[in-house]
Design a protein around this ligand. Structure first.
Ligand code: XUL
Ligand code: CO
Length: 434
């Protein structure tokens, strides 16, 4: 049984008017000597593709899911696996990501839930072997069940903390069983609504202890992929501890976690944090800590996490400039943590949505590569800092300089003549390539 009313999506080139074709994403085309699909490493998000009913706070779900009987049964979960792999096959997406509770139901007790998970993981393993699809990362849903209403690894209740630990232990084991390349922690409800009832210091200590135990368990079971922290400033908590890349890096350094952790940066989370996506990516990449990306976008008119599909070529270009700048992904990739609008209820809308995201990133990749090949942007930035390439600059950057020495220079050197930052000229330069 096939549920997506289309053939496998093919590349037809920019001239094509076929809405069910790629205009720019040509998986094997080389960009800078590397195939597009290896640059971009697209992943499908199980939660959005298979489990998002498109409900919102004001109304029920609208998504047509003719394969889903709406039950919490393992049979229903197994059926979804086939549909998901049909989706991956038709879009040509070669990676995927899941939460434990997306792929298998939460049942009456933890051992029953674990058993259900094992059954579904067995099927996923078979499908991966048949298709060559890989698990980009796994994660545990530590935010949907009412027990996690006050946090999981930052819950005030040690029994909830233990439950969360057991869930992560199992999710890690499933990730390992599926040869997952990474494991993500998004701090779903790791934060607070009011400090009146919150011991922030204690909660952060608990979170760090939790992550150290995760590393220890990963080592015991031979899972050697990186862990990712995914920053987000708010929603669902009023204040999330992992508020942005800089806050996460500070936390990881404070608690000695930088060896095993990297960041998974999401575009809509960046904008919610009052940053641009390229800011968050640059903060992470500059210290070798950019691991993976959740590809989506927000809406400037709506102040929450709309998780829209990435279609803004300027943004995909900026993202790919950072990714190419760091030499590309290693274990990470571009995970479409994105959902259709509530109005787009047809299964085929999932295909259109992903075609759009993949084409937008293919263009971003080609444009970013062209900008780098052209070299004018990088040359401008290099030149802007040229005064630090002098003997004085070298002394400052190596820590050999003192205030007294700099004061002598300032007293004798006269007023420095500052060069223009040329922002508008550089914006025009970028637009040459769009
Ligand atoms: C929530 C979010 C999550 C994480 C995985 O905003 O982005 O779906 O990506 O838990
Ligand atoms: Co995400």
């Amino acid at each position: 049984m096939q549920y997506f009313d289309c053939d496998k999506i093919r590349y037809e080139g920019p001239g094509s008017k076929n809405p069910l074709a790629f205009k720019h994403y040509n998986p094997d085309e080389l960009v800078g000597g590397k195939a597009m699909k290896d640059h971009l490493r697209f992943a499908g998000a199980y939660w959005h593709v298979m489990r998002n009913t498109l409900g919102d706070p004001f109304g029920a779900g609208t998504a047509h899911m003719p394969w889903d009987d709406g039950s919490n049964s393992v049979e229903n979960a197994l059926r979804r696996v086939d549909v998901f792999f049909e989706f991956l096959d038709k879009t040509g997406i070669e990676f995927y990501c899941w939460h434990d509770r997306d792929i298998a139901p939460e049942l009456n007790d933890l051992s029953a839930s674990n058993q259900a998970l094992d059954t579904v993981v067995e099927k996923l393993k078979t499908k991966q072997a048949e298709t060559g699809v890989k698990l980009l990362w796994g994660t545990a849903c530590l935010f949907a069940h009412p027990r996690y209403a006050q946090g999981a690894a930052t819950s005030p209740d040690a029994r909830v903390y233990a439950y969360a630990a057991a869930q992560v232990k199992k999710a890690l084991e499933c990730t390992k069983a599926l040869d997952g390349l990474g494991y993500t922690f998004w701090g779903g409800r790791e934060g607070y609504a009011t400090l009146l009832n919150t011991d922030m210091k204690r909660e952060l200590d608990h979170l760090a202890a939790f992550l150290h135990m995760a590393i220890e368990h990963a080592d015991q079971i031979g899972f050697d992929g990186p862990f990712y922290i995914e920053p987000k400033p708010r929603e669902p908590s009023t204040h999330q501890y992992d508020s942005d890349a800089a806050a996460c890096l500070n936390f990881l350094r404070q608690y000695g976690l930088t060896d095993r952790f990297k960041l998974n940066i999401e575009a809509n989370h960046a904008t919610l944090a009052g940053h641009t996506m390229e800011h968050e990516l640059t903060v992470s990449a500059d210290v070798g800590m950019l691991g993976s990306i959740d590809a989506n976008r927000g809406d400037p008119l709506i102040g929450w996490d709309t998780d829209q599909f990435p279609t803004d070529i300027m943004q995909t270009t900026q993202i790919m400039l950072v990714v190419l700048g760091m030499g590309g992904f290693t274990t990470g990739g571009l995970n479409f943590d994105a959902k259709r609008r509530r109005e787009s209820h047809d299964p085929l809308d999932l295909i259109h949505a992903h075609i759009g995201g993949m084409d937008a990133f293919a263009r971003g990749l080609k444009i970013a590569h062209a900008i780098r090949e052209d070299g004018r942007l990088a040359a401008f930035v290099r030149e802007r800092y040229a005064s630090f390439d002098t003997e004085l600059g070298r002394r400052i950057e190596s820590g050999a300089c003192s205030f007294a020495e700099l004061e002598k220079l300032a007293l004798t050197g006269g007023e420095p003549a500052l060069a223009s930052g040329r922002q508008e000229m550089l914006e025009n330069l970028i637009n040459e390539f769009l």
